[in-house]
Design a protein around this ligand. Structure first.
Ligand code: HEM
Ligand code: FES
Length: 770
């Protein structure tokens, strides 16, 4: 994948702490201004495109906006300490400090802002309550509460969902999980809001004093509850468990931790989920076509919830602090530099999420979102939050499918990190309530497996509308949504995965841009693994196919000055989409298209018609051969070579481009030969996970990715063939048998990382991974 990088120092009069001049955008950026408060992802689009890491003098933080960088910061919690995660982002006045001191306020480290090794030791000690088996019992209570809340307003025809259920249920669930008595719910809600303003807001000096009193009272309340709970040492829930751990191992689960955690966890567990639920319902109700699909098929809900967490998550930015001089995405960050890592921006990054600004409930990598953080501090309560959100959506789509958003102006609490509407007004006609005709609907709930949605369950159903034969042995198919809805937009170089009668294969998109249709072209390879034969035999007009994606691992760098596009055989499919795009942009490009004979080369007519002046064709049976060395040499300075074709051609180009600057050669293989697992030829191996202390065995018939997932560790993946780089893990020790197509030969020799979907340990070796 190509990620264009800005030059190290933009031009401007103001300077960052490293002495770099600041761009006008960076100098002006203030997260408390309207654009970020209205839509943080849109407010940072310029940064994702031009200056992905920048210093914001108005905040005193370095802002990180791209997916890869935000994830890299989350991943390395040693270089980027979480110690400032709960620091007050607005410096506090002496008067409010005095107020806080009058309440003996001493908020300290919890889990989320604790450094290693204390953090991991504590996380491990407290993890048990969060594992899926121990969460199953919670579903029934969440269901019951949700039903009762809906019962209370179902015949009224309107409700404010935030006021009437969305904050109260997550708060009750949180208290129940913690084993904290359900004391004074309204007071707790006010406390949580004060804590958010105190930590992530910009209160005026007068508000600061008011907030300091509320936070002080919250602190004392947390202390009192804790004392009451200590008296009942056998009590239920996570806090009682933590209290017992405190008695067993006071040096691991300390007193200070217990008091701070008591306060922080109420916000962590309740406000995050309440806001995420309101955001999700809002965005789903805004798109009637999507809402209708969810009403008709509840199995779509888990991924729809995940997609909402990506598109409109409730935690939009988190914080870290650099513990040494370092760099992020080529930008120098000094020791002590504070980072605002903006998940909302990362979650919209087109380099990771194709068509990332749009809601796509079939997006099969929605689960890669960073709303729950990532790495060793990743949210421990993510599966509780998912459970609640899925139940809310399921109850509403079943009981009130005709519910709509009322006309309203949405308001949000001004702060950097937590986002969700203060109110969510909805309406419906009670006479249309389906339960009036069929009372059994009230109980007819659909249950969901706990945890992240499974990738194999996420696929849109499309129908083949027409097929054609653009060349010998090539079948082109045009696909349409089975319900006639629009298909997602895609960028040049994107592919989809098609599944038909249990067999799936990935194909580049090559048809014309049309919201309702997508086109693929498939070469029949009789000597291949059987996928292309299968699709050739079965794809006919009317056939229903499962479609995953689009995804793009072969993205066109639209900022490059010129492009040399090289296609071998059916490799023309992504290349033609790239050429179309470059033509629209008015950029300089040339297409070099090689094949056995003109009869076997797809789309020649279309290429002649649309790109004739830029096209060179090399048909083998006419004696024409592409001189790859000459093509590489023809690359204009700062130009990029993009190639797709057979293994041999790509390998030759890799060699010829070895000395070019990074990113100048960009390629896609047809297949990942060698990545398929053959249990008969493999041996098992052991893996030790440094972060969690777990040891795993990867048997001969499983990949390391399978083994990690079975152990409850979320590792993102996409292709699962060693092509995309999503499943990378960091290797600390051990010899790797690399089988992917992502890492360069040099990177493979270095040995610091591997693709867990296909690579293994060398025979007889054990791996230690981060
Ligand atoms: C940590 C988000 C719900 C408990 C976190 C972090 C984020 C987050 C961003 C920091 C991750 C990092 O530093 O890498 C969310 C969101 C939620 C949610 C968006 C709802 C949609 C919950 C719930 C609970 C919970 C329901 C508990 C019942 C925790 C805990 C941590 C945490 C204990 C600290 C983990 C650690 O530092 O090791 N959450 N959270 N969260 N969350 Fe959540
Ligand atoms: Fe694509 Fe592993 S999932 S390389």
């Amino acid at each position: 994948m190509i990620v264009s990088r800005p030059s190290a120092c933009p031009v401007g009069p103001a300077r960052s702490p490293t002495g770099c001049p600041l761009s006008a955008h960076a100098a002006a950026f203030d997260p408390f201004d309207k654009p970020y408060q209205t839509d943080p992802a849109a407010a940072l689009r310029w940064a994702r495109q031009q200056e992905p890491v920048f210093y914001a003098p108005k905040l005193g933080y370095w802002v990180v906006s791209r997916y890869a960088d935000v994830k890299a910061v989350f991943r390395d919690n040693i270089t980027f300490s979480p110690r400032n995660a709960l620091e007050k982002i607005t410096p506090v006045s002496q008067e409010s400090l005095d107020v806080l001191a009058s309440y003996d306020y001493a908020m300290n480290r919890t889990l989320v802002n604790e450094d290693e090794p204390a953090h991991m030791e504590r996380r491990r000690a407290l993890m048990e309550h969060f594992i899926p088996e121990n969460l199953a019992g919670r579903e029934e209570k969440i269901r019951r509460m949700t039903r009762e809340k809906v019962d209370a307003f179902i015949d009224r025809g309107e409700a404010d969902l935030v006021e009437e259920m969305l904050w109260e249920i997550p708060l009750t669930v949180a208290l129940d999980f913690l084993g904290v008595p359900e004391d004074d719910m309204a007071r707790l809600r006010d406390f949580s809001v004060a804590h958010t303003v105190n930590t992530w807001g910009r209160p005026t000096p007068e508000q600061q004093v008011e907030v300091a009193h509320a936070v002080g009272r919250f602190w004392q309340f947390a202390g009192e509850v804790l004392e009451r709970m200590r008296a009942d040492s056998d009590g239920p829930g996570w806090m009682h468990y933590a209290i017992r751990k405190n008695a067993e191992a006071p040096e691991v689960v300390t007193d200070s931790y217990l008091h701070s955690m008591m306060m922080a966890i109420i916000v962590a567990a309740h406000e995050t989920t309440a806001l995420a639920s309101a955001n999700a319902l809002k965005v789903l109700l805004e798109d009637r076509a999507v809402w209708r699909r969810l009403c008709g098929d509840p199995s779509l809900i888990p991924n729809a919830v995940e997609e909402c967490l990506r598109l409109v998550g409730s935690v939009v930015a988190w914080r870290r602090e650099a513990t040494r001089d370092t760099e992020i995405g080529g930008v120098a960050i000094p020791k002590g530099g504070k980072l605002l890592i903006v998940q909302a921006s990362a979650n919209h990054d087109p380099y990771h999420f194709e068509n990332g600004d749009a809601l796509d409930i079939w997006r099969d990598n929605a689960v890669d979102h960073l709303t729950f953080g990532y790495g060793s501090h990743q949210c421990m309560g993510k599966n509780i939050a998912r459970m609640e959100m899925r139940i809310f959506v399921e109850e509403f789509t079943r009981r009130l499918p005709h519910m709509r958003l009322a006309a309203q102006d949405f308001t949000y609490l001004p702060n950097t990190s937590f986002r969700g509407p203060d109110h969510l007004m909805v309406q419906w006609d009670p006479a249309e309530n389906p339960e009036r005709r069929d009372p059994a609907l009230r109980e007819a709930a659909h249950s969901f497996a706990i945890g992240a949605p499974r990738q194999q369950d996420i696929a849109r159903r499309v129908r083949v509308v027409e097929t054609s034969r653009p060349a010998q042995n090539v079948l082109a198919a045009t696909l349409e949504d089975t319900e006639g809805e629009a298909l997602p937009e895609w960028s040049a170089g994107a592919h989809v995965e098609l599944e038909l009668y249990g067999m799936s294969r990935r194909y580049s998109l090559c048809g014309a841009r049309d919201h309702r249709r997508m086109g693929v072209a498939i070469l029949r390879e009789d000597a291949g693994r059987g996928g292309s034969r299968h699709f050739h035999d079965h794809l006919k007009p009317g056939t229903i196919v499962k479609l995953r994606g689009p995804r793009n691992h072969f993205r066109l760098d639209e900022e490059a000055s010129a492009h040399v596009l090289i296609a071998g055989g059916i490799g023309i499919t992504p290349i033609i989409a790239m050429a179309d795009r470059l033509k629209v942009l008015g950029h300089e490009y040339r297409i070099h298209y090689a094949g056995r004979s003109r009869r076997s080369m797809a789309f020649l007519d279309r290429l002649e018609r649309d790109h004739g002046a830029q096209l060179s064709v090399y048909a083998g049976d006419e004696g024409a051969r592409a001189d790859l060395a000459a093509l590489v040499a023809s690359r204009p300075e700062d130009g990029q070579i993009c190639a797709c074709g057979p293994e041999r051609m790509i390998a030759a180009l890799e060699e010829l481009t070895a000395d070019l600057p990074p990113g100048a050669f960009h390629f896609e293989h047809f297949t990942a030969a060698g990545s398929a697992l053959d249990p008969g030829k493999e041996t098992g191996f052991d893996v030790e996970l440094a972060d969690s202390g777990l040891s795993l065995h990867v048997p001969a018939d499983a990949t390391m990715l399978d083994a990690l997932r079975r152990a409850g560790i979320d590792v993102p993946s996409d292709c699962e063939e060693g092509l995309c780089g999503s499943c990378e893990v960091e290797v600390l020790e051990g010899e790797i048998d690399h089988r992917d197509k992502v890492l360069s030969e040099g990177e493979k020799r270095e040995g610091g990382r591997m693709m867990s979907c296909c690579s293994r340990a060398r025979e007889g070796c054990k791996l230690r991974v981060a």
